[in-house]
Design a protein around this ligand. Structure first.
Ligand code: ADP
Length: 162
């Protein structure tokens, strides 16, 4: 029997950054398939629509043959159960991420058999978040090297009149 090892990388990805991509590409080297799952959170104000976020991720992960993109509204563990995915990969940037991530991982484990695997982020991107990127771009700051060029262009386009 062939066992396909799959993981999910869930998040808002509003928009995807090089920090996200670093985790996704490293996970793609460890697993047969990585599903990048955009969580649909209607209560959270986002700059890009879910479709736009999916398209951006699809474009910038095009070269990795084993990365899939999907959107889901609900609990990540339910997505995992529905698609038979045994583990979630999350990036840990600093101790500030730790408390929250641990709570979610423990709650997820209580609700299901789904495991959470933490990957230490690349120190080059440890300070990086989508919200910080948006704020810097909004005020004309330079984020070259922190997001893919396509994301950079879309951010400028979207934020120029903001
Ligand atoms: P969420 O709103 O669920 O935290 P994000 O889009 O902010 O969604 O993050 C999705 C995933 O990417 C999380 O596992 C997060 O820890 C990871 N991540 C976010 N920013 C970075 C970064 N700069 N470097 C590495 N991983 C990151």
């Amino acid at each position: 029997m062939i066992v396909v090892r799959r993981v999910v990388c869930p998040g808002s990805f509003d928009p995807v950054t090089n920090g996200h991509l670093d985790i996704i590409s490293r996970a793609s080297r460890l697993y047969d398939e990585v599903v990048v799952m955009v969580s649909i959170n209607l209560a959270k104000k986002s700059l890009f629509t879910v479709e736009e976020r999916l398209d951006l991720i699809r474009e910038v992960t095009r070269d990795y043959g084993n990365v899939k993109v999907d959107a889901f509204r609900g609990l990540t563990v339910d997505y995992c159960r529905q698609h038979d995915i045994p583990a979630i990969v999350r990036g840990l940037r600093a101790v500030t991420d730790y408390d929250y991530e641990l709570q979610i991982a423990q709650m997820n484990h209580r609700m299901s058999e789904v495991e959470t695997l933490f990957m230490a982020t690349n120190p080059l991107y440890a300070f990086l978040s989508s919200s910080l990127i948006k704020e810097v771009v909004q005020w004309g700051g330079d984020v070259t090297g922190l997001v893919p060029q396509l994301v950079h262009d879309r951010l400028i386009e979207r934020l120029k009149d903001a």
